[in-house]
Design a binder for this molecule. Structure first.
Ligand SMILES: NC(=O)c1ccc[n+]([C@@H]2O[C@H](COP(=O)([O-])OP(=O)(O)OC[C@H]3O[C@@H](n4cnc5c(N)ncnc54)[C@H](O)[C@@H]3O)[C@@H](O)[C@H]2O)c1
Length: 327
């Protein structure tokens, strides 16, 4: 759809480099700000931590402001209030690019609330373990615009021109928002399926290490990248079984609610619920990320009796021990 060449050329041909602002200095904000500074951009960073707190008013001077603040999912659903609130710091006529994960439709509603700025969405795919590298080497740059006209396209091109080089695309904001859920929930589904296969393998006495090695060599199952090919095959990732981490639990819940609100067919809903419940049981069984689990589903979730079979729990423990030994 869009190429970044025109805008990149404009920056190279002596057009003044835009000042880049960041609201949020966590995993995304900090690593992106550092990458921009290394590439010679002037930056202004604002966040709740010191020393960035004092820059609340200065952010207005930034031409393009990247926003990476929490967007939790709780028992009440998707919560965009922090991202919505910080948009007030962006200067009149400037471009705001929300990197936080957004439920489809949110950018539109942000834009409606703040008609004097230009709001866009650029989903982020970095992993915590490789955050600095990922921020400098994005898999792709996606910029979602809420209005398809020349002004928004020119500004989106400008955003792409300042991001690290990567295959790029400009799409409607809702498409960009949706793609983040395509990415995260595909990995979630893969992990759940691998867990099912792992349980059968354990019952059969099949060594999962052998299965893993063969998956990695099989281009019809494995991801093509040799590093990524190993991800999401290991049933006991980090401290135990279950798909944990800040993003996966909350994003799968928002995806589940989105499916219920939009498609909502019985079999699809049953499949999604089964995946969700299997993951909850695996996390409860391994006592992993219980704080994140209760943040999304409420404290009562911790009282749920886990039905994970004894054998599966035993094998989970064994897999966890093996992993820890290797680490
Ligand atoms: N961490 C990841 O691996 C990852 C990957 C992809 C997408 N995401 C998404 O990106 C978003 C941010 O994630 P993160 O991990 O970088 O967050 P984080 O929790 O590491 O950092 C959040 C930052 O936001 C700031 N902040 C919070 N409230 C604020 C306010 N009112 N005003 C100004 N600053 C405020 C905090 O001070 C902090 O610097 C979330 O939507 C998350 O789902 C995260």
């Amino acid at each position: 759809m869009a190429t970044t060449k025109t805008a990149k050329k404009a920056v190279k041909n002596g057009h003044k480099k835009p000042i880049i602002g960041f609201i949020g200095q966590g995993w995304i904000g900090k690593n992106y700000a550092e990458d921009f500074e290394k590439r010679g951009f002037e930056t202004i960073r604002f966040a709740l931590e010191e020393p960035y707190r004092q820059n609340e008013d200065k952010i207005k001077e930034a031409d393009i402001v990247f926003i990476a603040v929490p967007t939790p999912t709780t028992t009440d659903g998707f919560d965009d209030s922090i991202a919505r609130g910080v948009l007030k710091h962006v200067g009149h006529g400037k471009t705001a690019v929300v990197k936080s994960t957004l439920k489809p439709g949110t950018t539109h509603s942000f834009q409606k609330q703040y008609p004097d700025i230009f709001v866009m969405h650029s989903p982020e795919f970095l992993s915590r373990g490789t955050a600095a590298y990922d921020a400098s080497h994005p898999l792709q740059n996606i910029v979602g615009i809420p209005v398809d006209n020349e002004e928004y396209r020119t500004r989106a091109e400008r955003v792409l021109s300042v991001l690290p080089e990567a295959p790029s695309i400009i799409v409607p904001a809702q498409t960009a928002e949706f793609f983040k859920y395509v990415h995260n929930t595909s990995l979630f589904a893969r992990s759940i399926y691998m867990n099912l296969l792992y349980d059968i393998a354990t019952e059969l006495g099949v060594d999962w290490a052998h299965v893993k090695e063969m998956i990695i060599r099989d281009p019809m199952i494995a991801f093509q990248d040799p590093v990524i090919a190993k991800w999401h095959i290991e049933p006991a990732h980090s401290s135990g079984r279950g798909i944990g981490g800040d993003c996966h639990i909350k994003d799968f819940e928002t995806f589940s609610r989105l499916f219920a609100e939009t498609v909502g067919d019985e079999h699809g809903m049953k499949l999604i619920d089964a995946m969700k419940n299997m993951n909850i049981e695996l996390l409860l069984g391994s006592k992993k990320d219980l704080d994140l689990l209760s943040g999304v589903y409420g404290k009562d979730i911790l009282k749920r009796k886990t039905k994970v079979k004894k054998a599966a729990r035993k094998s989970a423990k064994k897999a966890g021990q093996k992993l820890r030994k290797r680490a």
